[in-house]
Design a protein around this ligand. Structure first.
Ligand code: TYC
Length: 103
């Protein structure tokens, strides 16, 4: 027990917890030209999705206009979105993947 003459002080400073990097969504955007099967192929190749997962994401974008594909750190999200968009462009399709930060 500290007696009346003992000076106590609060802990120097709270050690900040390691900050987690903000995650970014990769978003698939619908268009009227890219064949459904091609979209599924790109999702499987670039995002390592099963045929079933890829179909669900494709059909959601087709019906609603957009669908979140996955979340990654900023660099990885941007790289994957660029590569997937480029795969469409090379095949002559306007397929588009965008990214945005998670709230
Ligand atoms: N809407 C396209 C079609 O009917 C298929 C498609 C789905 C294209 C999702 C893009 O992000 C997309 N052929």
């Amino acid at each position: 027990m500290p007696d009346a003459n003992t000076i106590t002080r609060p802990m120097a400073k709270a050690v900040p917890k390691t900050q987690r990097p903000k995650l970014h969504k990769v978003i698939l955007v619908n268009d009227d030209f890219t064949p459904r099967e091609f979209v599924v192929t790109v999702l499987k190749a670039e995002f390592r999705m099963s045929a079933d997962q890829a179909y669900r994401v494709m059909i959601t974008a087709h019906r609603r206009g957009v669908c979140v594909v996955a979340v990654f750190t900023k660099d990885i999200a941007e790289t994957k979105a660029t590569r997937a968009t480029e795969a469409g462009r090379k095949a002559g399709y306007p397929l588009l993947f965008t990214t945005e930060p998670e709230e």
